[in-house]
Design a protein around this ligand. Structure first.
Ligand code: PLP
Length: 383
């Protein structure tokens, strides 16, 4: 043998950034199960199970629900490219990185995009959407981010859903950092298209994008006059692979589907309500701890899954993150866009939303910043 690869040994981290989150051993073990053919009846049965579990986690009866091959951004692209025809007018709400990405993607689909913007860290007010719908009568779709991971803002959707439907448009929601961690009910909110990712609150490695389309969205796709610009993400073809026909489209990422199956099973075994309550509890404990350390939250409406805080004046933002990683094996996220160098983003997603994670990151910050009182304040919340 002339080649001997160096030992393969990625370090074991504690993942508390904006994703990926810690992956339970049960999910990692699923990845190592024997690979099946993509049309093997045993694999098709697993796909059916994934669809069923996804419908339960999305809280929907939507027939067109599946996991698209690719990360959360592929889910974004899949919803937009199927629902938009060149020249369509759409509204996209932008108050952070992911709203911006949605706008860019919609433009690439040939849409005429009207952006409804809010400052980073703030939510989109329903009145701003009402005004935009009033001004643009031909809007066919309104896209909005439920959990803006770049700022930690938690977007309320009830009122916006009513406005959008009263105007005869479809509602598209980015639920990448909310699905499985933050209350979300597709059917109750009448969401027409929704996408998520596996590596945030579902605690599965990155690689698949759960998506779901309402019957109104399916009708819109069926009524298209032009072909979907993306062959890979064309729902009319993917539907035939995930549906009864089982027509080969592309080779599904078999072992990733196993992992998602297990990750969703864990969510359903815990129960969605219990899981949401756990995320809230750990967020409140972390928040009490961070505020006791003098750290301030950026958004007024904070997500339970993502805690975005201001870096105090005079503190080396990147230096602290580096010490968290090298001395404690803890990963947290940096600020993006206007918050570059000015914010930390601490994720409490899925398996990373535990009392252990909360106390660990607070103790590590106390040690690095030379302050105290964070773990005591957090512990009081659990009492
Ligand atoms: C992470 C994220 C995405 C993109 O997901 P990838 O898996 O990185 O492609 C999209 N939207 C939001 C809100 C996210 O947090």
């Amino acid at each position: 043998m002339s080649f001997l690869a160096p030992r393969f040994a990625p370090p074991e981290r504690i993942l508390m950034g904006p994703g990926p989150s810690d992956v339970p051993r049960r999910v990692l073990n699923a990845l190592a199960a024997p690979t099946l053919g993509h049309l093997d009846p045993a694999y098709l049965a697993i796909m059916d199970e994934v669809r069923d579990f996804l419908r339960q986690v999305f809280k929907t009866k939507n027939e067109l629900t599946m996991a698209v091959s690719g990360t959360g951004s592929a889910g974004m692209e899949a919803t937009l490219v199927n629902l938009i025809e060149p020249g369509d007018e759409v509204i996209v709400c932008v108050n952070g990185v992911f709203g911006g990405r949605m706008k860019d993607t919609a433009e690439r689909c040939g849409a005429k995009v009207h952006a409804v913007e809010a400052p980073w860290g703030e939510i989109i007010e329903p009145s701003a959407i009402a005004a935009a719908l009033d001004q643009h009568k031909n809007v066919k779709l309104v896209g909005i981010v439920h959990a803006e991971t770049s700022t930690g803002a938690h977007q309320p959707l009830e009122e916006i859903s009513k406005l959008v439907h009263n105007a005869g448009a479809l509602l598209l929601v980015d639920a990448v950092t909310s699905l499985g961690g933050v209350p979300l009910d597709l059917d109750a909110l009448q969401i027409d298209a929704c996408y998520s990712g596996t590596q945030k609150c579902l605690s599965c490695p990155p690689g698949l994008a759960p998506v779901s389309f309402s019957s109104a969205a399916v009708d819109r796709i069926s009524a298209r006059k032009t072909k979907v610009q993306s062959w890979y993400l064309d729902m009319s073809m993917l539907k035939s692979y995930w549906g009864q026909e089982r027509v080969y489209h592309h080779t599904a990422p078999i072992n990733m589907t196993y992992a998602l199956r297990e990750a969703l099973a864990i969510v359903l075994e815990e129960g969605l309500e219990n899981r949401w309550a756990r995320h809230t509890k750990n967020h409140l404990a972390l928040r009490a701890g961070l505020e006791a350390l003098g750290l301030k939250y950026i958004p007024k409406h904070s997500l339970a899954s993502l805690n975005a805080i201001h870096v105090p004046e005079g503190v080396d933002e990147a230096g602290v993150r580096k010490r968290l990683l090298t001395e404690f094996d803890i990963e947290i996220g940096a600020g993006l866009g206007p918050f570059k160098g000015k914010a930390w983003r601490i994720g409490l997603m899925g398996a990373s939303s535990t009392k252990k994670h909360v106390l660990l990151v607070l103790a590590a910050l106390e040690s690095i910043l030379g302050v105290s009182g964070g773990t005591t304040a957090a512990t009081a919340v659990y009492a």
